[in-house]
Design a protein around this ligand. Structure first.
Ligand code: ATP
Length: 503
């Protein structure tokens, strides 16, 4: 793994990238990479607490602040090839004097043939001052490849003198994909301490640890759920499509070898309260993979470039926990203000572009479920084929679907019985969405309990229907608008035609 990191960093320096921002928390790993790249260079290091220190021994050489350090060492670039290694200086990057000094060094590097100093900023927090945007290159240490993960596991096993089956090593290595060397070693240690060996059960531990990383990052949210595909009433086309993709997902390795493309994801557009969120959860359950939610609002930061950096990290994290379902709820709000009349918010527009590129190029096993109500202000490039595998429209449930939804919610509460007249209910509930129907069932059951009944009747349900204001009456205009917008795009209906022949 380090070899490729070394090669990439060396190529940046050769190509005269004057300031390289290394975004990492493990300084030891980074020092190792820098030492290899700078084998023949002079490395001088700045430490926030100690000032100028010896890069190799880490012993303090001169107590000073960053400004002093830069003035002291910047001319070294005229004498030798020099690396100025600046650790954890992100807080200093709003200081105009520091910015000016860094810019001076960068310009010298670029335009003075006899000057060879490269600045390497190492920090877990990325701050890019606008004045330095054109000089800074962000460098990510590449994550270990499968064969590098294999080597890490083999080294670990050899050091501890334990034996592990080859099949287990292969499986565990796959689960580790997306984590860095530090994290992999940490989990291997934990697994060993836990059970005194490394076995198949450790895959669960890896998943749990991955969840921990996600929680700590604060950028994505793990969604716990109990819903399955059977909890969705209707939406048969959508469910059939998902079941097909589930077959690919559960045999990814074989499917890819056979030539099947890795599914990218779906966009579900439609009426409020009709099962879009439910479908996101049911997808994760069907694919048997975790569900993580991306909240774009949470990524917005106050520094220049911070939001883009957060988006980059969030998408990397999703890749780390993959295979997973990445759910973006109300995507039209997440990217509100993009495109349209051109007055769109600059940051959101950039985030949107970044997300589109990632989607377009992605070859990982992150399956996107994007849900939206109102797409009238969504940029058309989002809806173009090729981004998502498919676009589905979820309409208000038809008669047959309303019957199924009522049945599901009655059965969930053990109150379904043969005497319930579904035809009468279909007629009474025209214009109701799934959430309305669920509310009707809940109210009816509560009333029956209060009245001391043991079961419920069609009349009880009809009474609650009459007491419920359906979405069609409360959000009439919104519904008409959604229908009008959707009629203009190429989108598949999530439902099959109604077989109940409702009036
Ligand atoms: P919004 O656009 O308002 O976020 P949504 O389409 O995501 O709405 P859900 O959150 O999936 O709606 O549905 C709300 C509730 O309504 C769910 O908890 C579920 O119980 C019920 N519901 C909606 N549609 C269905 C359905 N097709 N089958 C069963 N229950 C449904």
């Amino acid at each position: 793994m380090k070899r490729s990191a070394v090669n990439i960093l060396a190529s940046y320096i050769d190509a005269l990238h004057p300031i390289i921002y290394i975004n990492h928390f493990d300084f030891k790993v980074i020092d190792d990479v820098i030492a290899r790249v700078g084998e023949h260079a002079k490395c001088v290091e700045f430490n926030n607490a100690l000032g100028l220190i010896d890069f190799k021994t880490k012993s303090p050489l001169c107590e000073c602040d960053l400004e002093h350090f830069l003035k002291l060492t910047m001319d070294d670039g005229f004498e030798h090839e020099t690396f100025l290694v600046l650790k954890d200086i992100h807080n200093e990057l709003s200081n105009p004097k520091i910015i000016a000094l860094l810019k001076k060094i960068a310009e010298n590097n670029l335009y003075n043939d006899v000057y060879h100093a490269t600045i390497l900023i190492v920090s877990e927090i990325t701050v890019i001052p606008r004045e330095l945007e054109n000089y800074i290159t962000i460098f990510d240490i590449p994550l270990p490849t499968i064969s590098e993960i294999h080597t890490l596991i083999q080294d670990f096993i050899r050091d501890l003198e334990i034996s592990v089956e080859q099949d287990t090593i292969n499986d565990i290595a796959l689960s580790f994909k997306g984590l860095n060397e530090f994290q992999i070693k940490q989990i291997l240690n934990l697994a060993y301490q836990d059970g005194g060996c490394i076995d198949q059960d450790d895959k669960l531990l890896i998943l749990k640890e991955k969840e921990q990383f996600i929680k700590k990052s604060g950028m994505l949210e793990i969604v716990n759920f109990t819903e399955t595909i059977d909890d969705i009433g209707g939406l048969e086309n959508l469910k059939k499509w998902l079941s097909r993709k589930a077959k690919v997902f559960s045999n990814l390795d074989k499917a890819i070898k056979f030539g099947v493309d890795i599914p990218k994801g779906i966009m579900i557009i439609g009426m409020p309260g009709c099962g879009k969120s439910l479908t996101a959860k049911a997808t994760a359950s069907l694919f048997e993979i975790p569900l993580v939610r991306l909240d774009v609002g949470r990524l917005l930061g106050k520094y220049v470039g911070e939001s883009e950096e957060n988006m980059r990290k969030a998408l990397k994290l999703a890749e780390a926990i993959s295979p997973c379902v990445l759910w973006i709820d109300e995507i039209e709000k997440a990217f509100a203000g993009v495109g349209g009349d051109g007055s769109g918010n600059e940051v959101t527009t950039r985030l949107f572009g970044q997300f589109l590129t990632w989607m377009q190029e992605k070859e990982n096993t992150v399956f996107i479920v994007a849900t939206a109500n109102d797409i009238s202000r969504m940029p058309p490039e989002f809806l173009r084929k090729g981004r998502f595998d498919e676009l589905f429209f979820v309409d208000l449930p038809n008669g047959e679907e309303r019957r199924k939804i009522l049945d599901i919610h009655l059965k969930k509460r053990n109150k379904w019985n043969k005497g319930i007249d579904s035809i009468a209910l279909i007629k009474e509930t025209q214009g109701f969405n799934g959430a309305d129907l669920e509310a009707v069932v809940k109210d009816t059951i509560e009333m029956a309990f209060i009245d001391g009944k043991t079961s419920i009747t069609t009349e009880d349900l009809i009474q609650s229907v009459k007491d419920t204001k359906s979405i069609s009456s409360t959000l009439k205009d919104k519904i008409a608008q959604i229908k009008a917008t959707v009629s203009k795009i190429d989108i598949k209906p999530a439902s099959t035609p109604d077989s109940s022949k409702e009036a």
